[in-house]
Design a protein around this ligand. Structure first.
Ligand code: PHE
Length: 340
């Protein structure tokens, strides 16, 4: 029996020594030390021994149990340690690795310039309004003093969506909607997209942007228009900028003007940007035609007003010296990220 004990001890220690994972270790514990284990099986036969042998073998059996328990505990500790070590190894964080770069968005150049314009006009007391891009023929033309057979319709190549429905060719349509709904004093700007059936080239796009302005009150004169636009030009291009009015024609303003600013690239000497002229046209404007006021229920004997339509795309290309308007619509990231 003593030999059996020695044998179990040797076997068990050997097995424990080579045991590599927690599950197998538990199986060994059951096999040797469990209730139905090999050591217990031997102890159950103690009754067959002589009274002299019993304490000796009993002591031996205890020794073996203690040795096995100690070896088991040591092995458990060791396994726990190495599991932790390998987990640390696996989950190790390399703090020297380059991080994932977070790309930050930026505003489109048109939005940047529009935001600036809104700031400027807001500071002069203008409200910012919105109008529909799909307009009726009435708001886009008729009410702006352009009847159906009027030759001025040819000035704007119109996308028709039906007999009486168009993609607005000008934000001026918004003027009528405002005057129908507000009483003077009126001071608004209405920025937005406009559409014309133009061939695409470096300076033309079938979709572009205007910012309409409208002021109606008592005693509004051309001087107010000039002062307002000059202030605007100084704030957007700098105080050295000059403006000039050229006589023009729009059916809904009288008198009408086209407004140029001194070239932002050469200051007026003449260069490629201004095609040698020294001036760049940025908007059309004029005094609101009495017919238009009357149609909207505003008495032209009491009130007068001015209106202007600024080309946002032109303003943006001149400000940033962008040579081709198409760049504003192609959304090439290499172009857009320059404006962050
Ligand atoms: N709507 C005109 C255009 O698109 C510009 C304009 C607006 C002219 C307001 C006068 C007054 O050409």
């Amino acid at each position: 029996m003593r030999e059996q004990l020695e044998q179990i001890k040797a076997q068990a220690l050997d097995a424990l020594e080579g045991c590599g994972d927690a599950k197998a270790l538990d199986a060994l514990r059951v096999r040797y030390l469990g209730k139905k284990g090999e050591l217990t099986a031997i102890l159950k036969q103690m009754g067959k021994l002589s009274p002299e042998e019993r304490p000796v073998i009993g002591q031996k059996a205890n020794e073996v149990r203690e040795a096995l328990e100690a070896a088991l505990a040591a092995r458990q500790e060791a396994l726990k340690g190495s599991a932790l070590a390998s987990r640390l190894q696996e989950e190790a964080l390399d703090v020297t690795m380059p991080g994932k770069t977070v790309t930050e968005g930026g505003l489109h150049p048109l939005s940047i310039v529009l935001d600036d314009m809104i700031d400027i006009f807001q500071s002069m007391g203008f409200d910012i309004l919105d109008g529909p891009e799909v307009e009726t023929d009435y708001y886009c033309f008729e009410a702006l003093n352009v009847p159906k057979d009027h030759p001025a319709r040819d000035m704007q190549d119109t996308f028709y969506l039906g007999e009486n429905l168009v993609l607005r060719t000008q934000t001026s349509a918004a003027q009528i909607r405002v005057m129908e709904n507000r009483k003077p004093p009126i001071r608004i700007i209405c920025p937005g997209r406009v559409y014309r059936a133009d061939e695409v080239d470096a300076t033309h796009s079938p979709v572009f942007h205007q910012v309409e302005g409208l002021v109606v009150d008592k005693n509004i004169t051309l001087c107010d228009l000039k002062g307002c636009l000059e202030q605007f030009a100084h704030e957007i291009y700098g105080p050295e900028t000059k403006i000039r009015f050229r006589p023009s024609f729009f059916p809904f303003t009288e008198p009408s003007v086209e407004v140029d600013v001194s070239c932002t690239a050469c200051g007026g000497k003449g260069c490629r940007v201004c095609k040698g002229a020294g001036w760049i046209e940025i908007l059309g404007a004029g005094m609101v035609h009495p017919n238009v006021l009357r149609l909207c229920g505003i008495d032209p004997e009491v009130y007068s007003g001015f209106a202007f339509g600024i080309g946002l795309d032109r303003l943006t290309t001149t400000r940033y010296k962008i040579s081709d308007i198409r760049l504003l619509f192609e959304n090439d990231m290499r172009f857009l990220t320059q404006f962050k």
